[in-house]
Design a protein around this ligand. Structure first.
Ligand code: ATP
Ligand code: MG
Length: 649
């Protein structure tokens, strides 16, 4: 009897313990140490988080209660006042870290800037005072639409410093998307740049903002950072050059003493499964969670050069370029441009020149590197690396193995970090000195995180069966709601499984208690009463030597309920029927007859969100021959859809 669990068909038994050297040097250096930390966090969460909060954050006024939980509404560190920008900057100024590099920035055309904590503090204070001079007050909303320049982080920190709520909109979004977000959040100011660089091309950011502002009645001011020196129109009274308003501003700007639950930012999700949701995060709980998860997961040391390749337009950039690393006093590399500019070895070049020790990137990038070829990697010395990470999607085991061998030189642990915009920070991941890794598994929960897996009848599923991944207990980094929409918050995350946070993902636990994310609940493929996970079918295809990327979806089928359709991009070989037959045989051999695709379609590229995630919901419509009426505002490249539709051979 199927209770709606998902049948796992994948076999993956490889296991990689950390090297003795890595383990010996790690802060959490044994499985027993992880277990005891985890136990402690579960036994008495309020004591656990309360002690960390007192130690790790600065308090203007101490909190008097760790957690106020009125499901599904949480308040953490009740009654306390703190400031995230203070914890990221001022907290280091009386230590030797004052003159440590906070950011090592590289522009796409090749410029470099190194900014110390003391310098960053000064710039943030000046910009915070500039925002004040425009009349911004705590609780007001600022939209930030910028290229990946240090001023983007400065703008975020300046907002945090004075209690202005930021809403960063990825610099690749359209005017329409900016206007929607401005209006949803009632933004008072937009902070942007004249332009930015991407793949050698100038992005006319200010021109896009001008179009957006024509439809954004709440926005009164626009601040423009001069990055690309392209010609822009400046509207009198509304538009201000960054360099003009900061020139007049004082560098003295004490951090506002903000309530623990003061909103820090709004951030819209990637839109993989539908219209983006405006996630609301607050001050103290978020700050503590990203700081601690940064230190735990990346086994952070003071001499590390940490590089997270995300854009600050996504939560990964918020939590692991800006707030996590800076609260921990880390040195972070920030890169403006594309990984294939001027050549496809740009990342390896950056790692070699800056002696990067930790690289945190996305599976979509790793699949592109594999496709571009090993010779780009071979040109560079990557021996500075000691740890690798992934985030954003599941990683196919073969891509994991390539990352392990080719980039990690078989010596660097890989932390596959599962989390969401909603969770604020990493929820499941190996701690690299403590937990042996398995390719494709995010392994174990972070301290304080209590995952549960349930079938459709809300019964717990057994080992190696997939179920809905829920989180049973509140955690400090959790979203506090959707901006201005408590009903949707309750509906989306807390209704289907009462009392639990519904992640929207499926997962299974193996015999070692390791978690394997199995894709989105909505994407499950139902073949003859068996429910298959997208990632398992895709991983079987990606392990075929000719395949670069694969996306699996279900198509209605009269006999079987659904049949499996896969969209495949190749890294080699010819897209012909012989290859299709070979691929079907390969899937049969790897994971069994049930998962063999009825239809394989070759394509030059897959539809992805602007953060690089495969949008299976659009492929589902294409596979079914339906005209899509879904939200495509977060689609990266519209021409992909047209091509896929025309590709009906
Ligand atoms: P939307 O919620 O609008 O559909 P999204 O879910 O893609 O968009 P994000 O918050 O950016 O928005 O992404 C979180 C999701 O990404 C997770 O729910 C999960 O599906 C996927 N994900 C992130 N990291 C991993 C990982 N390490 N392994 C598997 N899946 C991951
Ligand atoms: Mg989501």
């Amino acid at each position: 009897m199927s209770g709606g669990q998902i049948d796992s068909v994948m076999q993956e038994d490889r296991k990689f313990p950390p090297t003795a050297d890595f383990q010996a040097a790690a802060k959490i250096g044994s499985f027993a140490a992880y277990e005891s930390l985890y136990e402690e966090s579960i036994r008495d969460p309020e004591k656990f988080w309360g002690e960390l909060a007192r130690k790790d954050l600065h308090w203007f006024k101490p909190f008097n209660k760790v957690l106020d939980w009125q499901p599904p509404f949480a308040k953490w560190f009740v009654g306390g006042t703190t400031n995230v920008s203070y914890n990221c900057l001022d907290a280091h100024l009386n230590s030797w870290r004052k003159n440590k590099a906070a950011f090592i920035w590289e522009g796409e055309p090749g410029e470099q800037r190194t900014i110390t904590y003391a310098q960053l503090h000064r710039e943030v204070c000046k910009f915070a005072n500039s925002l004040k001079s425009l009349g911004l007050k705590p609780g007001d909303v600022a939209t930030i639409y910028m290229p990946m320049v240090p001023e983007l982080a400065i703008a975020m920190l300046a907002c945090a410093r004075i209690g202005v709520v930021h809403s960063v909109v990825f610099g690749g979004f359209s005017a329409e998307a900016i206007a929607d977000r401005n209006n949803d959040a009632k933004a008072k100011v937009v902070i942007t740049a004249d332009g930015g660089w991407r793949r050698g091309k100038l992005l006319e950011l200010k021109a896009t903002v001008d179009t957006a502002l024509a439809k954004s009645p709440t926005v009164q001011n626009c601040v423009v950072f001069q990055r690309a020196k392209n010609n822009v129109a400046m509207k009198d009274g509304r538009d201000h050059w960054w360099h003009d308003i900061t020139a007049k501003a004082s560098a003295d700007c004490p951090a506002e003493q903000l309530d623990s639950e003061h909103p820090l930012f709004i951030l819209y999700t990637s839109g993989s499964t539908g219209k983006p949701k405006g996630i609301r995060h607050t001050t103290a709980g978020y700050n503590l969670f990203v700081k601690k998860t940064f230190e735990w997961v990346f086994d952070y040391r003071d001499d590390d050069i940490f590089w997270c390749t995300a854009d600050c337009g996504w939560v990964t950039g918020h939590s692991y370029i800006v707030y996590g690393p800076l609260s921990a006093g880390a040195t972070t590399v920030m890169y403006e441009g594309a990984p294939n500019w001027p050549e496809e070895d740009r990342f390896w070049d950056i790692i070699e020149r800056h002696r990067v020790t930790i690289l945190y990137t996305a599976p979509t990038a790793i699949r592109a590197f594999i496709k571009w070829g090993d010779h780009h990697v071979d040109k560079h010395d990557l021996s500075s690396l000691r740890l690798l990470g992934t985030v954003g999607e599941g990683i196919n085991p073969e891509a994991w193995m390539w990352y392990h061998r080719k980039i990690g030189g078989e010596r660097c642990p890989i932390v596959d970090t599962w989390w969401q915009t909603e969770t604020g920070g990493i929820m499941m991941s190996p701690l690299p000195g403590a937990i042996a890794t398995k390719p494709g598994s995010c392994t174990k929960p972070m301290p304080g995180v209590v995952p549960v897996l349930l079938d459709e009848q809300l019964q717990p599923v057994g080992p190696n069966q997939g179920g809905m991944l829920c989180i049973a207990k509140p955690w400090p980094g959790m979203l506090r709601g959707l901006w201005g929409d408590d009903d949707r918050y309750v509906q989306q995350y807390w209704t289907k499984v009462p009392g639990n946070y519904l992640t929207g993902d499926n997962s299974r636990v193996d015999n070692d208690g390791y978690y394997w994310i199995m894709g989105r609940i909505d994407d499950v493929i139902n073949v003859s009463g068996h429910r298959l996970s997208t990632i398992e079918v895709e991983s079987a295809l990606v392990s075929h030597p000719n395949v670069a990327e694969a996306a699996a979806v279900g198509r209605p089928d009269e006999l079987k309920g659904q049949s499996v359709v896969v969209f495949v991009t190749l890294k080699s070989g010819e897209a012909n029927d012989a290859l299709k037959t070979a691929m079907k045989q390969h899937v049969r051999k790897e994971i069994g007859a049930l998962a063999v695709p009825d239809d394989i379609r070759f394509t030059g590229s897959l539809p992805k969100t602007r953060s690089g995630k495969i949008m299976r919901r659009l492929l589902r419509d294409i596979a079914a021959g339906k005209e899509s009426v879904q939200d495509t505002s977060t689609l990266e490249d519209y021409s992909v859809l047209a091509k896929l539709r025309g590709d009906e051979e």
